[in-house]
Design a protein around this ligand. Structure first.
Ligand code: 5GP
Length: 193
């Protein structure tokens, strides 16, 4: 079997679908994987640390990074900007690692345009009602922000068929197993999933 290749894996899907839990499990199962730390203009939530959960920056800094070409992709989401730093991701891929991006729809599509080999995984909630319930139960956003995220969720759900793999996150173990199988297939050069 050929040596596994470096790979960009995008895990996208509407806010509240459980992307964080899924990519934490994927990373635990694949020691050679790394999570890309995004840059954002969103203020930190309680418990979030700069450089760990995000690189928290102001708008001016974010715009400078775009102008410098330092972001692999970026998008505006619910009133804030988010982007993937290019250098760490490209270095890790050159080392044969699996780089996991937890990003929204527009960014995911940009990644695919630049890197057709990237694996785009779309996580779907069991239902829209369940998504809304999870987002409210999480308690990290105020009602306005939840409304903006739910509006955006409709758009994201409609675009799921532009992804390589769609996985319903109803049973976490099965969902993670499906994502891992898709990664292994792509890394070892099997036919595209
Ligand atoms: P949150 O504010 O909940 O941390 O993230 C909001 C949305 O932005 C989520 O859908 C998350 O996946 C997405 N996101 C986080 N980092 C990036 C990034 O670097 N680029 C893009 N395009 N989206 C991101």
């Amino acid at each position: 079997m050929s040596d596994p290749r470096g790979l960009l894996v995008v895990i996208a899907g509407p806010s509240g679908v459980g992307k964080g839990t899924v990519h934490a499990r994927v990373r635990a199962a694949l020691p050679e994987s790394v999570l890309s730390v995004s840059m954002t203009t969103r203020p930190p939530r309680e418990g979030e640390r700069d450089g760990v959960h995000y690189h928290f920056v102001d708008l001016e800094t974010f715009e400078r990074r775009i102008a410098d070409g330092a972001l692999l992709e970026w998008a505006e989401y619910a009133g804030h900007r988010y982007g993937t730093p290019r250098q760490p991701a490209e270095e890790a891929i050159a080392q044969g690692r699996v780089v996991v991006l937890d990003i929204e729809l527009q960014g995911a599509l940009q990644v695919k345009q630049h890197d057709p080999d990237a694996l785009l995984v779309f996580l779907e909630p069991p239902s829209f009602q369940e998504l809304e319930r999870r987002l409210r139960a999480r308690g990290t956003e105020d009602p306005d922000a939840i409304g903006r995220r739910l509006d955006r969720a409709w758009e994201e759900l409609a675009a799921g068929d532009r992804f390589d793999v769609r996985v319903v996150n109803d049973d976490l173990d099965r969902c993670v197993a499906e994502v891992l199988a898709a990664i292994e297939a792509r890394r070892h050069g099997h036919a595209r999933t």
